[in-house]
Design a protein around this ligand. Structure first.
Ligand SMILES: Cc1cc2nc3c(=O)[nH]c(=O)nc-3n(C[C@H](O)[C@H](O)[C@H](O)COP(=O)(O)OP(=O)(O)OC[C@H]3O[C@@H](n4cnc5c(N)ncnc54)[C@H](O)[C@@H]3O)c2cc1C
Length: 392
């Protein structure tokens, strides 16, 4: 896996072996192209305890690239959406969509392991301990400068930046939206007195959304609040924490019985406006880093990856990263990205306050969705497949 690149020129260089970079590498792996995956870390295993919620659409993409984990995930069969202190609510169900599940919850590490295992059966060259320090673009190719213990540079017909939105993205692309939400996410596993039966909860509160995702025999909790609130919650004893959670969330899921390790994550929105430069494209969190409220970050990044490997199939090697290629990529991603980013931002800002007019409006939306099945089904399709889901 750690073989160095034999040639100074490759067809495609992917920078960043996170889940999105790995997915695009897998999608490109059987096209007869020379593909190299460059990762700054010295090993590819993920050291993350959190879970990920993947939509049914993401499962379909992962299956096509042989990266759907064999270890069975927990099925989300229903999603109960409520607004704390108000009557508006709606329930989305897999049954209504005639699907086995609306989504799946699995450990981040399990997904990464499935991708690594799939990659080990391909010709993709993976270079770890290879931090990319610079990418220089020109009319014919991108030059990728690699630091670390073996500094070198390679040229690529197409460089795909999937660094998760780190320094390289900031140095190469202009960020059109860069806001730090006044919210932090607390993530933990909690057990409850009632079995979950595949039911997920998304509850909007004036302080920020709270999600409970069914996972194995318990729930994965994502609780967003102000920095002060989350610092306070992290400092509490287990029983005091459970008590506060019970008051905040209510008894819909039963009584909260225990909580595992609690971790917190800052929440930001960073959006790159123009995603391309000659022979260079940015995807995944590099292109958009979003609030996890609707669990859309990786799902959207995976659709970036799919668009890219579908597009590469249509172009000859000579056309990779050229003007026509780049324009098509931008055009194909515009609506889905715009909608995913906009919806997530609206859920955070429009559902995390107590302004009377906005309260009334969001309650009417939740009521309307419950009463008008076509509206509910349309939203569910967008959550499952992105904007193109409307056409399904
Ligand atoms: C609390 C929380 C909960 C979430 N829950 C969900 C969810 O339920 N569902 C969902 O869809 N999404 C969720 N997300 C979002 C999801 O985790 C991200 O969208 C996804 O991990 C992004 O993957 P990526 O590959 O684009 O970036 P990353 O995972 O950040 O990977 C980037 C990779 O690039 C490498 N790298 C960086 N710089 C360089 C360099 N210069 N040279 C070489 N390599 C480099 C890094 O080491 C890393 O391996 C959540 C996020 C958070 C914070």
């Amino acid at each position: 896996m750690d073989e160095s690149v034999n040639s100074q020129h490759v067809d495609i260089a992917i920078i960043g072996a996170g889940p999105v970079g790995s997915a695009v590498a897998l999608g490109l792996s059987n096209l007869g192209l020379r593909v190299v995956l460059l990762e700054a870390r010295d090993n590819l295993r993920a050291d993350e305890r959190r879970t990920l919620a993947l939509s049914h659409g993401s499962r379909e993409i992962l299956e096509t690239i042989q990266a759907w984990p064999s270890h069975s995930p927990t099925y989300i069969k229903k999603i109960h959406v409520t607004d704390k202190g108000h009557f508006g609510q709606t329930i989305l169900t897999a049954e209504e969509m005639e699907l086995p599940a609306l989504g799946y919850v699995l450990k981040y590490n399990v997904l990464v392991d499935a991708m690594l295992s799939a990659l080990s059966n391909t010709s993709v060259k993976i270079e770890t301990a290879s931090p990319v320090t610079e990418i220089k673009t020109s009319e014919n190719h991108a030059e990728v400068v690699i630091g670390g213990t073996h500094p070198r540079s390679i040229t690529a017909s197409l460089a795909i930046l999937a660094d998760g939105g780190k320094q390289l993205t900031a140095s190469l692309f202009s960020i059109t939206h860069d806001s730090v939400y006044k919210q932090v996410a607390l993530v933990a596993q909690v057990t409850c007195s009632k079995p979950h039966e595949g039911l997920a909860y998304e509850r909007f509160t004036a302080e920020g959304p709270v999600a409970l995702l069914p996972f194995e025999d318990h729930y994965a909790l994502v609780w967003t609040g102000t920095q002060e609130k989350i610092t306070h919650l992290l400092s509490l004893s287990e029983s005091s924490f459970l008590n506060e959670l019970q008051i905040h969330f209510g008894y819909r899921a039963g009584e909260f019985l225990s909580v595992g390790a609690r971790n917190s994550y800052p929440l930001t929105l960073k959006v790159v406006g123009n995603l391309t430069q000659p022979h260079l494209i940015c995807i995944g969190n590099a292109a958009q880093t979003m609030h996890p409220v609707a669990g859309q970050g990786f799902n959207l990044g995976l659709r970036d990856a799919q668009t890219l490997f579908d597009l590469v199939k249509q172009f000859s090697t000579g056309g990779l990263g050229g003007q026509a290629f780049n324009e098509q990529y931008q055009r194909r991603r515009r609506l889905d990205r715009g909608f995913g980013i906009g919806l997530t931002h609206l859920l955070v800002t429009g559902f995390s306050n107590n302004y009377p007019i906005i309260n009334t409006l969001r309650n009417q939306i939740l009521f309307g969705m419950n009463l008008v099945p076509p509206m509910r089904r349309m939203l569910t399709k967008v959550m499952l497949y992105g904007v193109q889901g409307i056409l399904k």
